[in-house]
Design a binder for this molecule. Sequence first.
Ligand code: KG4
Ligand code: ZN
Length: 328
Amino acid sequence: MIVLGIETSCDETAASICSNRKILSNIVSSQYIHSNYGGVIPEIASREHEKYLNLIVKSAINESGLKLSNLEAIAVTQGPGLAGTLLTGISFAKGLSLGLNIPIIAINHLEAHIFANFLTESNLRFPFVCLLVSGGHTQLWHVKNINDYSLLGETLDDAAGEAFDKGARILDLGYPGGPEIEKAGRNGNPKAINFPRSPLGNNSLDFSFSGLKTSLLYFMEKNYKNGSFPIKDIASSYQEAIIDNLFIKLKRAVELTKTDRCVIAGGVAANTRLRTKLKNNLNIDLYFPNLRYCTDNAAMISFLGEMKLSEDINSELNFSVEPNLALI
Ligand code: KG4
Ligand code: ZN
């Protein structure tokens, strides 16, 4: 089946064509305009999608070597995400579905992030534990099969990506903060400053990052002006605290579920130090998506769309935007 995927949940305008579980094209346009503001401005994001979506969809079709008339279905992100930006993608997808008279399927962005791992490792088998770490979510899932998920733990406050983004703002680095902190801390000492790990007790599988962010803020107010720590050590130590938090909980989840297979999903999965730390300290099969499938993209949308359509799951045309859509 030939499926067009459309993703506009935040600040990436993306389109992709998937056919028989192969990605034929994957076009992502990131809205760098938000770096001027240190975070995504929803109104600007919607306008940018509106401006470029048509072009991005055309490029995805051209790059696949197919024609508009070859499309057999459309998959589009329904949520979670920003209401206005989601609406841009959904309205576009509905128009196309009506015009071409082909089915449409509403996709959960979180589920798509998890299934992006199948794009990199087609032999991945259920069940597995998934650490989902994005800009808006930090969750541990026990994935037993497609449509069979149980939540093991999640963040009680900020998401891991948000901790990177807010930390970068405090350190006066750019946006998005994850890659900026990673770059700034590359040759730094991760043990220079002992930022809090917030384990939330011995058995908890939940996360908390807001105290860590506050401790960075206090640290900067107290120490930075006298120049006693180079920025590379601060960035590296802060990154290490986020990663330790993730590692501690993932290890617990592995022990609890007795799983021997884990996948990491979402934008923070692109972090090199996270990858190294988990690989060196967890004696299980670990899967990370290819870098281009970690951060927001439409390949994961078209791929999951095709998977669902092959199970005869599709949507009525009157489905609505779900900014707070959960996985279960
Ligand atoms: O999955 P994603 O693209 O969008 C959401 O669904 O939220 O994740 C974006 C998040 C941002 O917070 C960004 O700072 C973080 O992923 N991120 C990273 C890296 N690349 C992106 N965090 C740490 N290290 C990275 N290399
Ligand atoms: Zn995402």
